[in-house]
Design a protein around this ligand. Sequence first.
Ligand SMILES: [Zn+2]
Length: 177
Amino acid sequence: MRCAFCDNIDTQVRDSRAHSNSHIIKRRRYCPSCGERFTTIEQLIRREIVVVKRDGRREMFDIEKLRRSIKLATAKGSLDDGSVDSMANTIHKQLENRVNHDVNTKTVASMVMKRMQAVDDMSFIRFAAFYSDRVTYSDFLSLIETVKEVGAPQDGPDLFTVGDVVKPKRGRKAKNS
Ligand SMILES: [Zn+2]
């Protein structure tokens, strides 16, 4: 690390302090050339997570977007901001720990749903309705009934296990008829 004052190449580390609960280390440095002291911060660079959308488009994972979608599903205020934050942060950490850093939106949605169903049924159903492209309005009503009767599905591999649980009473009309 170059000296912040005289640009000398060799500086010495005099003290290192790790922050508890974070991957940050502060180092106190001394420059033997000019005698000045300065502090550097060493921080873990997290691997980037890429979200693969339904149409195949890829975009960088954005925790703000995740927070917004969780909040949308809980518009009635069943989750306070702190709970939304901690849910989003937990999911973010889980995604970082995956071997594969490409993740599809279904997987992210199912991770949210697993946490949401523990919080409240209504938010869970709203979220399921937003993120499943197979859930029609009648599926949605059946889903509500299913959750009322047997509780939300416990641990599906992804969102669409929800569709498998629901058995709509009426057949869906073909779009092109
Ligand atoms: Zn210096």
